[in-house]
Design a protein. Structure first.
Length: 106
């Protein structure tokens, strides 16, 4: 995920700006505001723009743990992000920043 410039992120990972925008860092409400979720730290999590939007496509939003399992299963099968994102994901996993943290969390 990134915040700041889509152009810089796209350039760093040799991807298009439109693909880079999928990975923009957003705030995910674990209990959706539409269902009474509040803007409190315990109810907020970082999520890429795509993941945040995908979770809210259905009429009834899946609970956080169920949604996490769904995403992990799709990631393991290589079916969460489109094919053109795979090189980005592979490079990001290898692109370790100080303190041993990945620069892109998926």
């Amino acid at each position: 995920m990134w915040s700041g410039s889509a152009d810089a992120f796209a350039s760093r990972y040799s991807i298009s700006v439109s693909i880079a925008k999928r990975f923009q860092c957003t705030v995910e409400h674990l209990a959706p505001r539409s269902e009474g979720g509040k803007n409190r730290r315990i109810n907020l999590a970082a999520a890429c723009k795509y993941c945040n939007a995908a979770r809210h496509k259905s009429a009834r939003v899946r609970p956080p743990q169920i949604y996490r399992e769904h995403v992990e299963k799709r990631l393991a099968a290589g079916k969460w992000h489109p094919t053109e994102c795979r090189k980005l994901i592979e490079k990001a996993r290898a692109d370790v920043v100080p303190r041993g943290r990945l620069s892109l969390q998926l």
